[in-house]
Structures are given as structure tokens and as C-alpha cells.
Design a protein around this ligand. Structure first.
Ligand code: ATP
Length: 510
């Protein structure tokens, strides 16, 4: 069969999950869960971090075999043993992270993803077919561009197009907009919604953003601690109803008010320049001072040097030139200096950048302190029971959902890994805090907690540098905002006077 020649499959598919239970050893991640996604509907799946959303969709897609229960596709029961069988039924999934091969063109990525790709590809013919396919699609993407050269928004559109090209009629989207700007997110979801309304597609979207649920979804299902907590028509619900169903009787952390004077400059960057992995300039002559009791937010589209800047401050990348001072002392990001200056780091992708995945939650929380009194004496004898007790206290305080303190941290849901790093980094005294997209992928209860912790650190006098792609977060927390574009700081404003349109313009390099 030649994909591009046949018309787009009409007929969106409905999927029902019936009495599904999934156990990992003695732990029940899904407990008798029901989900009904009507054909031709846009369905949102909500739940706190660790509620079981990913587990549920992985069972539908055949990545996991459920302990009990079944899946109906188009009203018929199907035993989906692996993702290939799910694909054959017309089910597809788009992830938070990109899966396209960056060194290949968009066209190559699409054609080579097919199961029936011939040994020798007739590219002239394939491109003609691709162009015909694209002409029927709501998104336009540059077929001949290399994936590494296109923006995050275009990449996410390509990921979705790939699914449509592969004739998927039921699409699961796992937090699809976390890599997009709000404008791009609305564009992509709006186009998908149009396909749903036209009856070509059914969508099941995992998200933490109520705004997206309200704007694009018809129905919603809410999980809490592995159980079905509620479901209904979005039109009959408010964000507040959904939030309460998500967290049950738990209390939301309330952000403390902004208090205290802004002090002396504490963290000072002077003409800092750093290269990326390919040797190109990523951070270009950045000068910036952050005062005690001040949160300075760095706004910018991902990939404009923010990551390299944070890596230099964290001692994971050498600066090419320029200087960093903390309290007037030259700072070279050694572990000793970080400790002396009470510097804390909340890096991106904490499981990769701030944890040892195979080690326990308790050990990961104890990392920072384990070779200091009271946990060690003489620097070598580790008093395991003392740091263990402290870790257990922090697990409770930061509401980290883990089966036991000895569970490997890699078995925790994303949000709970983030909380564990937060417990470690903010559990002691903090004078300088560097946070990079600290709430990426977190549910609203966790976001509220992390925002409250960052504000509390600022109120206690810490100098906070907050790098984020989320403008709402920056405006809520920052005292001052700067915009980073192509490695340079191109705009600065007090957060209270910041103009969103102007910030957006600078983020786009205008
Ligand atoms: N392979 C696994 N082995 C053991 N436990 C697991 C495994 N996968 C998930 N879990 C556990 O199942 C629970 C549900 O996790 P899941 O990833 O489905 O949550 P989620 O709702 O998708 O969370 P998040 O919003 O943080 O992504 C968590 O407590 C997690 O620790």
C-alpha cells in the first residue's frame, strides 16, 4: 500500500478502558479504572503527579500488559500485546519529548517511520505523495528542512503529522505543549480540535493545564492515586471543580506574600561567555547582578543559551571568558564554593541532572549533606541512621509519594523526583538559588508548593535566578525580568511593569 495515495482515513476511533488494574509488584498503580473516550471527541486526562496517567496510556498502547481489565477499540475488545499492535489498530502516541531524528529532514523522518518502507526509496515519488498528504493537513511544515533546524513548535507539529501520516485515528498526547510557547500551543491544539470536530480523529490528552482543558476538551477524566476520581463534560465543570477532584482533601500550599527589602548584589555575572557542545557561542557577554532578597527571571525561548548559562553556574561547563562573583568573591563553581556560599540548584530534568537513578530516594535526598556533621564525623564515618531520619522527615514535609524511603528514585513519577530534589536543595539554608524550569511537567499542587518554596527562600534573603520558559511563572515570581535571545540579554523590565507583548517580541528576536 502506498500511504500518500489513499485518502486520509475517515472515522475517528473510540476507545474504552474497562475495569483496568495495574500492579507493579505489591504496588497498585491503577485500581479498577474506567475510561470512555467517545469517537470524534477531545478528551483530557487529569491527575496529580503519580496519579497513574502515564501507566494508563501505556496499558492502552501495549507498553504494559494490565494485570486485569481490558481495552475496547471501536467497540471491540482487543488484546493489545505491544505498541506495534496498537499502531495496527490506528492508535498512536505523541510524547512530551521529541522522537524525530534531528540529522534527517522532515520528509525522511516521515517516510522512514513507515512499516512498509521499501529498501530503495524513490524520493521523487515519495515527495510528491508527501506534498499531496500535506495539502490535506491543517499544519504546514518544511519537508526539506533538517529537523535540527526547525523550531520547537514546528517539531511538535511534525511529531503530530507523523502520526497522521501513519494513519492513526486515535491519538494520545502526553503533555504535548510543554515545549511550546502559549501561542504555538493554541495553534497546534486548535488545529487538532478542528480535525476532531471534522470527525477524522479522536484525542486523549494528558495535561496539567486547566486552560487547555477548558479551551479544547469536550470531556475530562480525573485520576487520583490510581483510582477514577471523576469524569464529565468540560462544559459542566469549572477549573476549581477539577482541581478539587484531583487533590481530594489535600491542602494546597499557599504562596507567602512578597516581603523584605532587596539587599546588596550577591550574584554578579560580568561579560560571561560560554560555548555549546558544538563549540558555537551560546552565552554571549552576559552581565547581570542578582541581589539578596530578589528573584530575577530569565525569559526566553528554549535554546537561546539559558541551559549553558545554568551549566556554567552549576560547574558543569567552563566559561570561555568573563567572571562570576558571589558576595564579591570570585566564584569558579567548585563544590566547596557552592557549599560556602550556600548555593542551591534546581536543574532541568532532575532525574538525569540531579539524581542517581538507581539509588534510593533517601540517599538521593541525603546527597548534599552526607559528608558533613551531624551525618558524618571526621568526614569518613557515615552516620546512616542520622541522615536516614532527616531524609524521612523531608519525604513527609515535601509530600514525596514513594512506597518506602528505600525505593530507587527512578521508580518515582516525574513530579515526585522533582519534589525530592527540592527537599534536598531547599531543606537547609539557601543564600543563592539557581532554578531552571523548576515546574516543568508538574501538577498544579506541586507547582504551588515549589512557587511557595522559591518565594520563601527569597523572603529569607536569598538571591534567586529563575530561568523559565513559562512566562506566567516568571511574572508571578520575579521582581525583575530579563529576556535572553541568541545568548545575549536583550531586554530588562521590572516584573510589576512588564509588558507581555513587548517581552514576547524580544523573545522572538524583534
Ligand atoms: N515501571 C514502574 N515500576 C514501578 N512503579 C511504577 C512504574 N511506573 C510507574 N510506577 C508508579 O506508579 C505510579 C503512577 O505513575 P505514573 O507515571 O503513571 O503517574 P503520572 O500520573 O503519569 O504522573 P506524572 O504526572 O508525574 O507523570 C507512581 O507512584 C509510580 O511511582
Amino acid at each position: 500500500m502506498i500511504i500518500g495515495e489513499t485518502p486520509l482515513p475517515s472515522g475517528a476511533l473510540g476507545v474504552d478502558v474497562v475495569a483496568m488494574t495495574m500492579r507493579f509488584g505489591g504496588f497498585t498503580a491503577l485500581d479498577n479504572v474506567e475510561l470512555k473516550v467517545r469517537p470524534g471527541s477531545f478528551h483530557a486526562l487529569l491527575g496529580e503527579n503519580g496519579a497513574g496517567k502515564s501507566t494508563l496510556v501505556k496499558c492502552i498502547m501495549g507498553y504494559y500488559r494490565a494485570t486485569q481489565g481490558g481495552v475496547l477499540v471501536g467497540g471491540r475488545e482487543q488484546a493489545i500485546a505491544n505498541p506495534k499492535e496498537a499502531h495496527a489498530l490506528g492508535l498512536g502516541m505523541v510524547y512530551q519529548h521529541f522522537t524525530l531524528v534531528p540529522a534527517m529532514t522532515v520528509a525522511e523522518n516521515l517516510v522512514l517511520a513507515r512499516d512498509d518502507v521499501p529498501a530503495v526509496v524513490d524520493w521523487t515519488k515519495e515527495k510528491k505523495l508527501l506534498a499531496a498528504f500535506l495539502s490535506r493537513m491543517p499544519f504546514k511544515v518544511p519537508l526539506d528542512a533538517k529537523v535540527s533546524d526547525i523550531s520547537a513548535g514546528e517539531r511538535q507539529k511534525c511529531e503530530i503529522l507523523k502520526q497522521l501520516y501513519l494513519k492513526r485515528r486515535f491519538l494520545i498526547l502526553d503533555e504535548p505543549t510543554s515545549v511550546l510557547t502559549p501561542g504555538e500551543a493554541d495553534e497546534v491544539l486548535g488545529m487538532l480540535r478542528a480535525m476532531v470536530v471534522a470527525g477524522d480523529l479522536t484525542i486523549l490528552m494528558i495535561t496539567h493545564k486547566f486552560r487547555e482543558v477548558m479551551a479544547f476538551a469536550d470531556d475530562v477524566t480525573i485520576l487520583r492515586r490510581g483510582k477514577l476520581a471523576g469524569h464529565g463534560r468540560v462544559a459542566d465543570l469549572t477549573p476549581d471543580d477539577m482541581a478539587r477532584t484531583m487533590i481530594g482533601a489535600e491542602q494546597l500550599t499557599v504562596q507567602p506574600p512578597r516581603v523584605g527589602e532587596v539587599g546588596e548584589p550577591r550574584l554578579e555575572l560580568t561579560k560571561l561567555t560560554a560555548l555549546d557542545d558544538a563549540g558555537a557561542i551560546a552565552v554571549h557577554g552576559v552581565s547581570l547582578a542578582v541581589r539578596g532578597g530578589e528573584i530575577v527571571g530569565i525569559a526566553g525561548v528554549s535554546g537561546n543559551g539559558q541551559r549553558q548559562l545554568v551549566e556554567v553556574l552549576a560547574g558543569q561547563r567552563e566559561a570561555e571568558s568573563g567572571e562570576i562573583h558571589i558576595r564579591g568573591d570570585l566564584y569558579s563553581a567548585s563544590r566547596k564554593e557552592m557549599r560556602r556560599h550556600k548555593m542551591s540548584l534546581l536543574p532541568e530534568e532532575p532525574l538525569k541532572n540531579a539524581c542517581v537513578g538507581g539509588m534510593s530516594v533517601a540517599d538521593n535526598i541525603a546527597f548534599r549533606e552526607f559528608d558533613r556533621a551531624p551525618f558524618a564525623s571526621g568526614g569518613w564515618w557515615l552516620n546512616r541512621s542520622a541522615f536516614r531520619k532527616d531524609a524521612e522527615r523531608k519525604i513527609g514535609l515535601y509530600k514525596i509519594k514513594t512506597r518506602t524511603p528505600d525505593t530507587p528514585i527512578s521508580a518515582l513519577s516525574g513530579g515526585n523526583v522533582q519534589r525530592a530534589v527540592l527537599a534536598r536543595e531547599l531543606g537547609g539554608e539557601v543564600e543563592v538559588l539557581i532554578a531552571a524550569n523548576p515546574c516543568f511537567g508538574l501538577d498544579f499542587a506541586a507547582v504551588a508548593q515549589i512557587h511557595a518554596e522559591i518565594m520563601a527562600a527569597r523572603n529569607r534573603g536569598a538571591a534567586v535566578l529563575l530561568v523559565s520558559e513559562d512566562l506566567d511563572e516568571l511574572l508571578e515570581l520575579s521582581d525583575r525580568l530579563v529576556v535572553m535571545f541568541h545568548g545575549q540579554l536583550v531586554h530588562e523590565a521590572r516584573a510589576s511593569e512588564a509588558n507581555l507583548t513587548e517581552i514576547g517580541r524580544h523573545m522572538a528576536g524583534h
